[in-house]
Design a protein around this ligand. Structure first.
Ligand SMILES: NC(=O)c1ccc[n+]([C@@H]2O[C@H](COP(=O)([O-])OP(=O)(O)OC[C@H]3O[C@@H](n4cnc5c(N)ncnc54)[C@H](O)[C@@H]3O)[C@@H](O)[C@H]2O)c1
Length: 379
């Protein structure tokens, strides 16, 4: 058994605690560690890092862990810590990742990999120059619904893909009469918030991995709810975008339209759904399920508003079977990343892929600001 020390910074946050510590690293320990292809077992040893000592101590106690610190610099000096992981608020990421690169630690970070494209590129360049393995979270790629969608693409189900339409969102409470279900920094531009910065990196890796390079974006953004109530019960001005209506152009003439909104009520089967239409068939994929309609089973509706709809369109689709077991997406990606670290191999979902996500978010915001289509050069 080989032990690998991992500094987990931002472990008191929503993502850091639930998805990365509990559902990934501790879950890997519960299964006895990670078995590598050559048979060795890797045992992740998390070092909890944060600003609040009592909170860290409480999390450590809850999970029988003993290693925590509020001193990142000291943790980065430890030779038994090989990996630095960052799930802090986005605005704090750059400086901490930079320090970890300087200390020679392998890097794994939440998305967006930095607050600006310049910073994201600088981090990717520095990590390459230092010869480190680096990765960025791309969890949606590992969700069952999107895995099944990827399987359809790889199997040639769609023929030529024509278009993608994505609908993401739900109502995030304003925080007055019911508490908000997302942290308030998400709604303040000055603290790194905004739905474009948050969600376009996700849409970017999905489009890039499934369909091809994104070449241009046209976006309209809005702040539909201008005032919210924070964690302390105080009103604040929401300065960041809470909805984005975007058209993405993908190489090969594919058009993707994706709506992202925290001010929309759900009349869908899942919180995010993508419909993909191709010459040979179509699919609708959510987080868990995926349905298809083949060319041969496509109905022939005729537009006639004078008679009620007689066809049950939703019933004309077929469920794509699982055909495999799906583990937690964050955990699957952690296992991939740690495997690459152990073998000293570059990880494909790297800081460059992360930078391309940040690039798309910046291009989207620029498109909205300037009221025009913005091309996205290769990076
Ligand atoms: N992959 C995904 O699906 C996904 C989903 C949500 C968020 N995220 C990303 O994860 C990161 C954390 O998001 P979250 O929702 O867990 O946020 P959160 O507010 O719940 O947690 C933020 C963490 O950062 C720490 N922190 C450090 N410096 C801080 C500062 N100056 N102000 C506030 N907090 C500070 C907090 O203590 C906390 O541990 C963000 O970069 C976000 O973009 C990813």
């Amino acid at each position: 058994m080989e032990t690998i020390g991992i500094a987990v910074n931002g472990v008191t946050g929503r993502m850091g605690y639930r998805q990365h510590l509990v559902r990934s690293l501790l879950a890997i320990r519960e299964q006895g560690g990670l078995t590598l292809p050559d048979g060795t077992r890797l045992w992740p040893e998390p070092v909890l890092v944060g600003r609040n000592e009592p909170k860290l101590a409480e999390i450590a106690k809850r999970h029988d862990l003993t290693d925590w610190s509020t001193d990142l610099a000291a943790v980065l000096r430890r030779p038994d810590v090989a990996v630095y992981f960052d799930a802090q608020v986005t605005s704090q990421r750059e400086a901490a990742v930079r320090a970890a690169i300087d200390a020679g630690k392998h890097i794994y970070v939440e998305k967006p990999s930095a607050a600006t494209l310049d910073a994201a590129v600088a981090l990717a360049t520095a990590a390459d120059a230092a010869g480190l393995v680096h990765g960025v979270v791309q969890d949606k790629l590992f969700l069952p619904g999107l895995r099944k969608l990827a399987r359809l693409v790889e199997g040639g189900f769609f023929g030529r893909v024509l278009s993608v339409r994505g609908e993401f969102g739900y109502w995030v409470f304003e925080g007055d009469w019911q508490p908000a279900q997302r942290p308030s920094w998400n709604y303040r531009a000055e603290d790194g918030g905004g739905i474009v910065t948050d969600m376009f990196p996700h849409w970017h890796y999905l489009m890039e991995r499934l369909f091809g390079r994104v070449t241009a974006v046209t976006a309209h953004v809005a702040t539909h709810i201008p005032e919210r109530v924070n964690e302390q019960g105080r009103r604040y001005r929401a300065t960041a975008d809470d909805a984005a209506y975007a058209i993405f152009e993908i190489e090969g003439g594919i058009v993707a339209q994706i709506n992202s909104s925290w001010a929309v009520r759900v009349y869908r089967d899942e919180l995010v759904e993508f419909q993909v239409d191709g010459t040979e068939g179509s699919a609708v994929a959510g987080l868990r399920t995926c349905r298809v309609q083949h060319r041969a089973t496509t109905p022939r509706p005729v537009w006639n508003p004078d008679v009620p709809a007689t066809e049950r369109f939703r019933e004309q689709w077929q469920l794509v079977p699982d055909n495999e077991e799906y583990d937690n997406g964050f955990k699957v990606q952690w296992e991939q990343f740690l495997g690459h670290v152990a073998r000293g191999e570059p990880y494909p979902l790297d800081l460059w892929a992360g930078a391309r996500g940040v690039q798309l978010a910046e291009a989207g915001l620029r498109s909205a600001r300037e009221g025009r289509r913005v091309e996205v050069p290769p990076l």
